[in-house]
Write a protein that binds this ligand. Structure first.
Ligand SMILES: *Cc1c(COP(=O)(O)O)cnc(C)c1O
Length: 360
């Protein structure tokens, strides 16, 4: 076997069930994984319709879903690759781009999946520290070398929640050799302000770009595992060639189709998020706690000290947040905007903790 001892396994937000069991709690609120806190109502019918076909393999090409996504973006169906979550699209792109010894350039900290997938493939990972909690695109452009095969940009970023504007991305792209694949991970696209780069224009001009979207965030389908990448026909064909033939199961396909046909859920989820993010900002300001203004459904908070004690205190009170030690920012943590009562509970616990001197 190859030696993977240098890879730190991805540690997801603690599952609600696990915390209930371990701490003997009846009610637990999970604000740790940037999920929308309620499911779309139309999903029951969509899944029920598909149940009778469970004995049959799904369509490997996700035909109907592909047609809908192509129409939504105004691209050819052949430009799309679906993944078991956009995580898989990231993995496929890194596999296609990097042979062992090749280099990937990413920000630090950023979404952990990029580094893990690169290390699995024996690639060298060059990390460029963020500047004022934002991607330092200047510095990232400067470290590109002959060995660099792919640059990944989470826009907006996780865990910071900040984003790069259209102009910044376009300026960055103009400095990157066309031989380098630029991966734009836009998992939180729908939450962000609208000055986003025109990826299709860049794709037509530059070619070597892929951008990904997911059904896990604004569409509230994290449990279905569905995401996709859009690129040139050539790149999409390569990724489709190396993916598993049935990577998108029947239920994920059905859920995705129902999500794209629905007209109201995204609006509902967005307006909920706007309201709750405003609530969280207001209460954090009152507590005098430092945080990074976010373009997403989560907030990175700077406690200015190790977060272990706070994390334990919140868990005991049935609130799961995300510590960021694995990201290399151990004095910060991340909280997702949940249901209003969940956010109130989180704020009340944080207030109590601060009153006991935990935040000074
Ligand atoms: C949540 C998230 C994703 C989406 O992952 P899925 O595999 O589609 O659920 C991708 N990138 C970032 C930065 C994320 O935070």
């Amino acid at each position: 076997m190859r030696d993977f001892s240098k890879i730190t396994p991805y540690k997801p937000g603690k599952p609600i069930e696990e915390v209930k069991r371990a701490l003997k709690l009846k009610e637990v609120y999970k604000l740790a994984s940037n999920e929308v806190p309620f499911p779309p109502a139309y999903i029951n019918k969509a899944i029920a319709r598909e149940l009778k076909n469970i004995n049959r393999y799904p369509e490997g090409g996700s035909f109907y879903l592909r047609e809908l996504v192509a129409k939504k973006h105004g691209v050819k169906p052949e430009q799309i690759v679906f993944g078991n979550g956009s995580d898989e699209v990231i993995a496929l792109a890194i596999t296609a781009a990097c042979a062992p010894g090749d280099e990937i350039v990413i920000s630090d900290p950023t979404f952990l999946v990029y580094e893990i997938q690169a290390l699995v493939r024996g690639a060298r990972v060059t990390k460029v520290p963020f500047k004022n909690y934002k991607y330092d695109l200047e510095a990232m452009a400067k470290v590109i070398s002959d060995k660099t095969k792919i640059v990944v940009i989470a826009n907006p970023d996780n865990p910071t929640g900040t984003y790069c504007k259209a102009q910044e991305i376009e300026a960055f792209l103009s400095r990157i050799p066309k031989s380098v694949l630029v991966f734009l991970d836009e998992a939180y696209f729908e939450f962000a302000p609208k000055d986003f780069p025109d990826n299709l224009k860049s794709l037509n001009q530059r070619g070597n770009i892929i951008f990904s979207r997911t059904f896990s965030k604004i569409y509230a389908l994290a449990g279905a595992r569905l995401g996709y990448g859009i690129s040139t026909v050539e790149i999409a064909e390569t990724l489709n060639k190396i993916r598993e033939p049935f990577n998108i199961n029947r239920f994920a396909q059905t859920c995705g189709i129902a999500a794209l046909k629905d007209k109201s859920f995204v609006k509902k989820a967005l307006s909920h998020n706007n309201k709750e993010m405003a609530y969280l900002y207001k209460e954090l300001d009152k507590l005098g706690v430092d945080y990074v203004k976010s373009a997403t459904n989560f907030i990175m908070i700077n406690l200015k000290r190790d977060t272990t004690a706070l994390n334990d205190f919140l868990l005991k009170n049935g609130v799961i947040i995300r510590e960021l030690k694995g990201w290399g920012v151990p004095s910060h943590f991340r909280v997702t905007a949940g249901l209003h009562k969940e956010n109130v509970k989180f704020i009340n616990c944080l207030k109590q903790y601060c009153e006991q001197g935990g935040c000074k």
